[in-house]
Design a protein around this ligand. Structure first.
Ligand code: A2P
Length: 277
């Protein structure tokens, strides 16, 4: 495999987040170890996992196997609702870092706001405390709506990244505008769209043909060219290589718009005011 170098976006507290990374849900430990080692070999530096994926040990094994220097990696994990609170976040950090085999985490995320429990503000403050101690390098949230982010901001912490479900059929314009107003980087989970029949859309396949790229590469280019960080998961070495090989061509403004026109106006599949773990 040829090694691809991925551009980064600079975060407010100093970390540099690669624009393209590897998602690891729903890989088990053994699959995660193989996939992470292969991905690092192909040039991936951003690896995204979560307590709830139950594969942090496998991700750690893949990192160890790759032999890469820790400082070259950008590791993201997320914790569940039971840890929302200052001490809880610290405990969640300890468990994740032990499983991953690292002594700091680049970006730690509150996985879901769980507003029914109403402790997500404390959870974000808990991450900010770890940042002060150098144990994490960036503060993040996942699946937060603007209303959740606003409460966190009002309490004195502006998250650096919010990871949301985002693809050309749900472009999430409103929350992205909110992010932009507060210098919060948007990170897209399931960037290729759930079920991936997005990749058969004529608007996407036509551009793939014109650019000599695959439909997945066109969709991923659409994300990163707008400054959205994308973390597609694939367990296949050929797709891993393909998904990161998107930094040698450009889509025109018109081409970007033709993909954005696939927007159905849908929000995320799961409503984070109701669902969470
Ligand atoms: P696979 O792992 O078999 O390659 P997610 O939405 O969690 O990011 O998952 C992405 C989905 O899209 C997975 O089912 C993955 O399947 C598939 N996928 C990833 N990369 C490609 C690609 N380049 N072409 C087609 N399908 C892809």
């Amino acid at each position: 495999m040829t090694l691809v170098s991925v551009p980064t976006v600079h975060l407010r507290n100093g970390a540099d987040l690669p624009l393209l990374g590897l998602g690891t849900w729903p890989l088990n430990d053994a699959e995660a170890a193989d996939t992470v080692a292969t991905a690092i070999d192909a040039g991936y530096r951003l690896i995204d996992t979560a307590e709830n994926y139950h594969n942090e040990a496998g991700v750690g094994e893949g990192i160890h196997r790759s032999g890469i220097d820790r400082s070259e990696l950008f590791l993201t994990t997320k914790f569940n609702s039971q840890w929302h609170g200052h001490d809880g976040v610290r405990q969640a950090f300890r468990t994740s870092s032990r499983l991953l085999g690292v002594d700091y985490i680049d970006l730690l995320l509150v996985h879901w706001p769980n507003p029914g429990q109403d402790r997500y503000v404390e959870a974000v403050q808990g991450i900010a405390a770890l940042l002060e101690e150098g144990l994490v390098r960036a503060v993040g949230t996942s699946n937060f709506k603007a209303s959740h982010l606003q409460r966190v901001i009002d309490a004195g912490v502006v998250p650096e990244v919010n990871q949301i479900q985002l693809d050309p059929r749900r472009t999430r314009r409103d929350i992205r505008d909110f992010h932009a107003q507060h210098s919060i980087v948007t990170e897209a989970w399931s960037p290729l769209g759930p079920g991936s029949n997005l990749l058969e859309e004529p608007a996407v396949t036509a551009l793939a043909e014109q650019h000599g790229k695959s439909p997945a590469q066109i969709v991923l280019r659409w994300h990163v060219q707008q400054g959205v960080v994308a973390i597609p998961k694939s367990a296949h070495p050929d797709r891993l290589a393909q998904n990161i090989d998107i930094f040698d061509f450009d889509l025109s403004e018109q081409e970007l718009s033709s993909i954005s026109a696939l927007d159905t106006g849908s929000a995320e599949i799961t409503d984070s005011d109701v669902f969470g773990h």
